[in-house]
Design a protein around this ligand. Structure first.
Ligand code: MN
Length: 315
């Protein structure tokens, strides 16, 4: 990779990538619950190791869908569950049983295989919109070194909050605005919830990381770029400073990022792998109740059947 032509092409490519790009998410459905998926999005699979970002923010606030996701499997990823409102009960095939509330983090690492269920906990009035779960369900792809290994579940209650001029940031993973999360990650990563109070907030970025900025409830400005809720601003490597401004009123914003992930991942249903063959095997193991790989989950919800991968013929 040398010579004048290659150098020129590369420098043009670098120039083109040194800007913030905005992509729209799309509405989807998980276990009957309406969600907004901002990653993966058109032309973009990963931001650092983050390979999946779903926002549970029902459009119809008066009549939202409950969060009821029956037992289902995962491989090759860590799930990061983060709530803005409501409470949910997590159970998994390791025997974990954990209620999660806003400001707390559930980190579940699948490795070779895990299964879990998530059920909304109704508190207070059944009809108060504030009782319903809103939050983010996000996945981290596991690197080659750990993705075939064991599974784990950790609940974190006391994540650090960095006070900033104009707001604060609670740090889920990695280091942001000078505060560092206690979670242990398989790959260099950052995740934070920015709570804007007034004006703009500024934070230093790691120029070796790429970032995604996701407005939750307000239109924001990321540097000079307007970003609507339901979209994601993608910041390439090389940026050293982030400036986020909420228009007129306070706002909630998720910031994700990490060192660019080297592998091309293959994602299908709840599985993150590298090849279709690996996914086919995981699909068969789940459908055939292979308890060595996916042990039973305590839940009153029904086990979710995996759809047949389109590349697998009828048996
Ligand atoms: Mn799941």
């Amino acid at each position: 990779m040398s010579g004048p032509v290659d150098d020129r092409v590369e420098s043009i490519a670098n120039l083109a990538s040194l800007r913030i790009d905005v992509r729209e998410g799309r509405a989807a459905e998980v276990g009957g619950m309406g969600i907004m998926r901002v990653l993966p999005t058109k032309g973009r699979r990963l931001i650092g190791p983050w390979c999946f970002v779903d926002l549970m923010s029902p459009e119809d606030v008066a009549n939202p869908d409950p969060m009821e996701v029956g037992p289902h499997p995962h491989i090759g990823l860590s799930t990061v569950t983060w709530l803005f409102e409501g409470e949910a009960l997590h159970t998994d095939s390791l025997g974990s049983e954990q209620v999660i509330r806003p400001g707390e983090l559930n980190l579940m690492t699948a490795g070779h295989g895990i299964a879990h269920a998530e059920l909304e906990v109704r508190t207070g009035s059944q009809h108060a919109a504030a009782d319903y779960v809103k939050g983010a369900q996000m996945w981290l792809a596991q690197p080659e070194e750990t993705r075939h290994g064991g599974s784990s579940f950790h609940h974190h209650k006391d994540l650090p909050i960095a006070q900033m001029a104009g707001g604060e940031a609670q740090v889920l993973a990695g280091t942001f605005a000078g505060a560092t999360s206690p979670i242990v990650s398989d790959w260099p990563v950052v995740g934070a919830e920015l709570r804007l109070q007034s004006g703009a907030v500024e934070a230093g970025l790691d120029p070796d990381f790429e970032y995604g900025v996701v407005p939750i409830d307000r239109r924001i400005r990321v540097d000079d770029v307007i970003v609507e809720p339901g979209s994601i601003a993608i910041i390439p490597t090389g940026f050293e400073q982030l400036r986020v401004e909420s228009e007129a009123v306070a706002g909630r914003v998720m910031v994700i990022g990490g060192k660019p992930f080297p592998d091309r991942v293959q994602m299908w249903w709840n599985f993150v792998a590298r090849t279709r063959e690996e996914i086919t095997t995981a699909w068969r193991d789940w459908q055939s109740h292979n308890d060595d790989r996916f042990a039973p989950v305590q839940s009153k919800l029904l086990r979710i059947d995996a759809p047949r991968p389109f590349w697998v013929g009828d048996d």
